[in-house]
Design a binder for this molecule. Structure first.
Ligand code: C2E
Ligand code: MG
Ligand code: MG
Length: 612
């Protein structure tokens, strides 16, 4: 179809390939110095005005969409112009902009109905241009009708494509959203390090379980675990070793419990297992706890090094009417008790524990007056030569007898004294008192028998410890090499720098240093070599299982061998039977302490017998 419109002809000529071949896509907009250019500008202005009505959102995205529309309008109009000039079919590829526009509602720039409205507006404007241009070119009604139909068809196709794109994008986004929500939900209920349930999920499961207790015959039980000396692992080997340990603990727990039990990490080194639907919750949960405990007998491998870590376990079974919080708190209390009684143990919650918080508070108050009221005293337990059975040393063990509470065990009051800061004063008193006793027995009857004194973390961290020792030795006349200071393994690890400085100072005086309860804490073997040490005291737990747990025999043998290689003397703790003593003698142990040789007794010391 020919046209007389010089503007259109010029415009088509000027556009080059992109302009002349609209199907080629969206090339740069051509220069339009014509009436058509002005018309397009008007159209764009109207579209933008329309846009402003259908969407309130303005911003950089508006400019981008407007630019796209302008380009599209231009290309569409060019196509029309081309059709009017050449009669060639109108390409439909230009609908691509509208096709992409199908994503706009999902990105929030415009609503779908707004976009459709805008689209229809644009279609009407294009139809209007077509009509105007047809009138200007004297186009016949049939040609115009064909043109119009083509325009409408093209727009319809584009609209459908846009809607399809919208639907496809919507589905993809919905899927992403669902995945994201699932991830968020998982993160909200799980521990990121181990992937175990977190406190929120655990409480939810316990609550559900205690609530359904009346409906089914089984009862749930909760196993509460806290690693012993986890802080020491972190302090000695760094947080990444600590994290490795937690992950390995999680793996071991997963291997031990039933698949439908819930395992949770409450943060730090606290883990909980919820066992549901148990017929005999006490016994069944204790069996699981025992299995868990046994898994801790194998070493963990942290940063390529082996480490033994124990766990204190508390078990509680649900009672009718329990809440999740109550049941968890009872298991926590039982765990606390396991720690108090010497760690590495399993305790079942006993209702009397509920009264123990009150007891602890009362004991802490009473302890303040214990020294002034002469309620503290010291008992001694011999440490004997394995071969000759002769006492080499006596270990001083503090005792507290209170008029209301009776005899309170050091396992109960020493931690309280540590916590309240009283241990520094009590420890100094024990040291002084025991040195005086030692001077006395050395003078009167046993000139070669030395003294061992336990020292707490607070005492050692206190800057004056070495001065106190020096002063007391001078005052009492006990030779420095007759005194052994016992420190626990955990303390050596956690208070590393300060403990070491204090120990090095007293060793310089000639005092010996022993590592107490060895094997229960976390001491890497290579590190043991660097400690200012003279004696290693192998923990009672290893001695008591000698001959019963084969592995323990091997561990004790390795400990003795290693200690000897490093030049340390080895004392076995808690020796109660002749069989154990004979076994230790075979393993080359130097000295032994335990009820076999004598219970801790006040002076005057004598034959073995129960403590008075
Ligand atoms: P420890 O230093 O390891 O002392 C050995 C503990 O094992 C003592 O408990 C002793 O009575 C017990 N024991 C000894 N032989 C046997 C045995 O053959 N079988 C069994 N079952 N037990 C045996 P005790 O006197 O109750 O002391 C517990 C802990 O309290 C001590 O462990 C020590 O860590 C701490 N402690 C005691 N006195 C003091 C003190 O004056 N200062 C400090 N800081 N801690 C102290
Ligand atoms: Mg000791
Ligand atoms: Mg000990």
């Amino acid at each position: 179809m020919a046209t007389k419109d010089a503007d259109v002809a010029r415009y088509v000529d000027a556009g080059g390939e992109d302009v002349a071949t609209p199907r080629a896509g969206h090339g740069p907009a051509p220069e339009l110095g014509s009436a058509l250019e002005q018309r397009v500008a008007e159209v764009c202005a109207r579209i933008l005005a329309e846009w402003g009505r259908v969407t309130a959102s303005v911003g950089s995205s508006l400019a981008e969409v407007a630019e796209g529309i302008e380009r599209s309008t231009l290309a569409g109009t060019l196509a029309l112009a081309e059709y009017l000039v050449s009669g060639e079919e109108i390409g439909q590829d230009r609908s691509e902009v509208w096709d992409q526009a199908g994503e706009a509602p999902l990105s929030g720039t415009i609503t779908l109905s707004g976009l459709t409205k805008l689209y229809l507006t644009w279609r009407d404007i294009c139809s209007e241009i077509l009509r105007e241009e047809a009138a200007r070119r004297d186009t016949g009604p049939e040609t115009l009708a064909v043109c119009m139909e083509a325009v409408h068809l093209g727009f319809d196709v584009s609209l459908v494509r846009m809607a399809k794109r919208f639907e496809a994008t919507r589905q993809a986004l919905e899927q992403r959203l669902a995945e994201h929500q699932a991830r968020l939900e998982h993160e909200a209920l799980h521990d990121p390090l181990t992937g175990l349930a977190n406190r929120a999920l655990l409480l939810d499961r316990i609550q559900h379980s205690v609530e359904s207790m009346s409906r089914q015959s089984g009862r749930p039980a909760v196993i509460f675990m806290d690693l012993d000396y986890f802080k020491s692992v972190n302090d000695a080997s760094g947080h990444s070793a600590g994290d490795q340990l937690l992950v390995q603990v999680a793996e071991r727990l997963m291997a031990v419990v039933r698949p439908n039990d819930t395992i949770a990490r409450l943060g730090g080194d606290e883990f909980v297992v919820l066992c549901e639907d148990l017929t005999d919750p006490r016994d069944e949960a204790l069996t699981v706890a025992q299995r868990i405990s046994e898994r801790f007998a194998e070493p963990f491998v942290l940063g390529g090094r082996e480490a033994f870590v124990a766990v204190s376990v508390g078990v509680a079974a649900a009672n009718l009417g329990d809440t999740a919080a109550k049941l968890l708190a009872r298991a926590d209390q039982a765990m606390y008790r396991a720690k108090q009684l010497g760690r590495g143990r399993i305790e079942f919650h006993d209702p009397s524990i509920d009264h123990q918080d009150t007891r602890r508070a009362e004991l802490a108050t009473a302890l303040h007056h214990a020294l002034d009221y002469h309620q503290l005293y010291v008992v001694y337990q011999p440490i004997c030569d394995v071969a000759t059975r002769r006492p080499l040393t006596r270990e001083a063990l503090v005792r507290w007898r209170h008029p209301k509470f009776g005899k309170v065990a050091p396992a109960e009051f020493v931690p309280l004294a540590e916590w309240s800061g009283l241990m520094t004063v009590i420890g100094r008193w024990v040291l002084e008192h025991a040195c005086r006793d030692c001077a006395e027995w050395r003078r009167a009857s046993d000139p070669t028998v030395g003294l061992a004194v336990n020292v707490s973390g607070r005492q050692l961290a206190n800057g004056s410890f070495a001065d106190d020792v020096e002063h007391v030795l001078k005052e009492t006349g006990v030779p420095p090499d007759a005194l052994t200071v016992e420190v626990t393994e955990s303390l050596l690890v956690s208070e590393r720098a300060r403990a070491r400085a204090a120990l090095e100072r007293i060793r310089a005086l000639g005092v010996r240093v022993a590592i107490d309860d060895f094997g229960t804490g976390y001491t890497s073997l290579s590190w043991l070599a660097q400690l200012p040490l003279d004696v290693v005291k192998v923990d009672r737990s290893f001695v008591s299982s000698l001959g019963l747990i084969e592995r323990h025999g091997a561990i004790v043998e390795a400990m003795i061998h290693l200690a000897h290689t490093l030049g340390f003397e080895v004392v076995a703790e808690g020796v109660e039977t002749e069989g154990q003593l004979a076994h230790l003698a075979r393993l080359g142990c130097d000295a032994a302490q335990g009820f076999l040789f004598g219970h801790p007794r006040p002076l005057p010391h004598g034959a073995a017998g129960p403590e008075v």
